[in-house]
Design a protein around this ligand. Structure first.
Ligand code: WTA
Length: 630
């Protein structure tokens, strides 16, 4: 199934077609997939409720499109090259045939544990092939997977298990990340003290470290799979049945479970994968994300397999054993399309060219960026030193909620403008709105980025709380999906994403709500109150600055360590503040609202000119914060 657009000219006409008649446009593409039963209605939608249904009445199973349909033509083709954390350890490969077999066996294993269509399965795994097999095995039997990034703490894991009422957790004995190892099973054991929906824990032995074993609850992955049949018919799924839940942070409250459904997500991930990366049969694709994030879902698991692609899966980190690892892996597997995050590019750029020059990198055709705005210096370095001035950089803007890439160049077809994501993919209708919610139609403008028409992989709801989905995404501007991002449109109509306009901080491409971090900090026994803001950070894009009010005489350094521990416990080490300042009070208005604007400016390095501060209850608070500002 070749969905590739061959030129920019064709892009323009396809784009027009997709706007003139979206239903016909997507129906034509949907027909290239395998359906058990055709749909009766291509699209029904209403952004006020919100309610979006694509290919209603159609029945299919995404895994048949990822695996079974490829077996005849490319059963022996490699689906995944797995590269271990330790360069000297044994690398593995899985062909489509082998992957199909492993998925079927595990799917039968899940059934034997009582998992049925619609049940939720939490996956808390390192970057192993078994992690990917687990995801696909769930989809095979219609179980809803909820992958939790293995960097989240046991408390964060427990929250997600409880919200989804997961019946099963799939995990491993441990995880390798650079020089560090983490006992994932111990984290699960800890989390499950707070959860009662879980009946079994399936444990894959990866690091072979000793782990606790709870009789009757814990099941060994390999023994289970070994005893299973390798034939597992795929469950018939309605196009709008739930495929997965993925938790992501927003401005307020706990992370919410973004829900994606089967049919639309299938079509859009395959379509966007083939077009953005201009993947051709025989190419080797590498997305360095973790399967715990949406990028891993859409562009390690679903998009590539739906397209019959060969991909690299990497267990480790870019800086281990040294900063040349990414480039060594690119050369080793002759990677053609490479997809990573600006934070990694900036870190490797800082390490120096001596880590790049030993490598040829001559197989690369397209290099991609995702997760946060890429600054000009990093873009230029990536283009010059990695792409050898010869590969297009596809700066792909999208979100957990959008399911797939929304704004991006298409391989070498699209005009490039550094730091600009570029033009929308066919089927995507972005708009910029002003303060009052009016569409700004001219170019050379800036506004709130919204989308005015549904595309196949738009989120359908937030798990267990549809009202929240409506309030967060569809209420700010009636009739539009609101992204939470601000963007500019240049004279040529290309989009440049500025960043979040809400209380979400993007740290190394990971999303955290300021309220979520504050909640974790406030669990600290010494803390009375806290306020968290983002500030520009050279490597991470944004850093986390926490102001804390304490009722303790302990030294600031002791408080800082203790606050870091609270965040590690509540969310995970990835959300630890970069700067913590103990303050005597927070700047509040007379009505008790924290003036974050001032705190943000101080974190950004401003020391004066805070604008109108006349509504502050106690202006001296600002002076005292400034005295010790970091
Ligand atoms: C940001 C990641 C600028 C943006 C796929 C968005 C970007 C949030 C880009 C979603 C990009 C993602 N340029 N900003 N190319 N890609 N973002 O849900 O703020 O983890 O709203 O999805 O990341 O993050 P999420």
């Amino acid at each position: 199934m070749n969905l590739r657009i061959p030129s920019f000219e064709v892009y323009k006409s396809e784009y027009q077609k997709s706007v003139d008649n979206p239903e016909a446009f997507w129906s034509e593409i949907a027909q290239t997939f395998e359906w058990k039963k055709p749909w009766t209605n291509a699209l029904s939608w209403n952004f006020n409720e919100p309610n979006v249904k694509w290919f209603e009445g159609g029945s299919m199973n995404i895994t048949e499109n990822m695996l079974d349909r490829h077996l005849e033509e490319r059963g022996d083709q490699v689906a995944f090259y797995w590269e271990p954390n330790e360069p000297g350890d044994v690398a593995k490969t899985l062909t489509y045939k082998e992957l199909h077999r492993e998925v079927c066996k595990l799917a039968n294993g899940l059934k034997s544990l009582g998992i049925e269509k619609g049940d939720r399965v939490c996956i808390y795994m390192p970057m192993t092939l078994e992690g990917i097999i687990s995801v696909i095995a769930c989809a095979r039997i219609g179980a809803v997977h909820s992958i939790v990034f293995a960097g989240f703490s046991s408390n964060a894991l427990a929250d997600r298990i409880n919200d989804a009422k997961a019946k099963l957790v799939i995990t491993s004995d441990g995880l390798n990340r650079g020089t560090k190892q983490l006992d994932l099973k111990a984290m699960v054991d800890e989390a499950l003290k707070q959860c009662d929906s879980v009946e079994h824990v399936l444990v894959h032995k990866h690091t072979h470290n000793d782990t606790n074993y709870t009789e009757g609850r814990d099941v060994d992955y390999q023994s289970l799979v070994d005893s299973m049949d390798d034939n597992c018919p795929a469950e018939a799924m309605d196009s709008e049945d739930m495929l997965f839940i993925l938790y992501t942070s927003g401005s307020t409250g706990k992370p919410k479970g973004v829900v994606h459904t089967c049919g639309g997500y299938m079509i859009y991930t395959a379509y966007s994968f083939q077009n953005v990366f201009q993947y051709e049969q025989g190419d080797v694709f590498w997305c360095t994300a973790d399967i715990g994030w949406i990028t891993g879902h859409s562009y390690i698991v679903y998009g590539p397999l739906l397209s019959g692609a060969t991909s690299v899966v990497f267990e480790g980190i870019p800086t281990y054993p040294d900063c040349g690892r990414f480039w060594a892996v690119c050369d080793k597997y002759k990677v053609n399309q490479f997809y990573t995050a600006p934070t990694a590019i900036r870190a490797l750029m800082g390490a120096g060219l001596e880590f790049v020059t030993p490598f040829k990198l001559d197989s690369l055709k397209v290099i991609g960026s995702v997760g946060e705005p890429i600054n000009d210096e990093a873009w230029q370095w990536y283009h010059r030193e990695i792409g050898k001035d010869n590969c297009p950089v596809v700066d792909t803007w999208w979100q957990t909620e959008t399911g797939g890439i929304m704004i991006s160049g298409l391989g070498s077809h699209s005009p490039m403008n550094p730091t600009h994501a570029g033009y929308p993919l066919p089927g995507i209708q972005p708009v910029l709105l002003d303060q009052d919610g009016n569409e700004i139609t001219e170019n050379e403008v800036e506004g709130y980025l919204c989308v005015k028409y549904p595309w196949p992989s738009i989120l359908r709801t937030t798990y267990g709380d549809h009202e929240r989905c409506k309030n967060v995404y569809f209420s700010n501007y009636e009739g539009y999906y609101f992204t939470g991002d601000g963007a500019k449109r240049d004279k040529d109509g290309m989009y440049r994403i500025i960043g979040r306009v809400d209380d979400v901080i993007n740290v190394s491409g990971h999303r955290f709500g300021t309220a979520e971090i504050e909640d974790a900090i406030n669990t600290n026994q010494h803390v009375v109150e806290s306020a968290v803001v983002g500030y520009p950070h050279d490597i991470k894009g944004q850093g986390i600055y926490a102001y804390v009010v304490v009722d303790s005489n302990e030294a600031d350094t002791a408080i800082e360590l203790s606050v870091c521990d609270s965040v590690s416990d509540g969310i995970g080490r990835i959300a630890k503040p970069d700067k913590i300042q103990v303050v005597t009070g927070l700047p509040k208005t007379r009505s008790g609202k924290i003036m974050r604007r001032i705190l943000r400016k101080i974190a950004e390095g401003e020391r004066a000119n805070f604008g109108d501060t006349s509504t502050l209850l106690d202006p001296t608070v600002v002076e005292s914060i400034l005295e010790k500002a970091k």
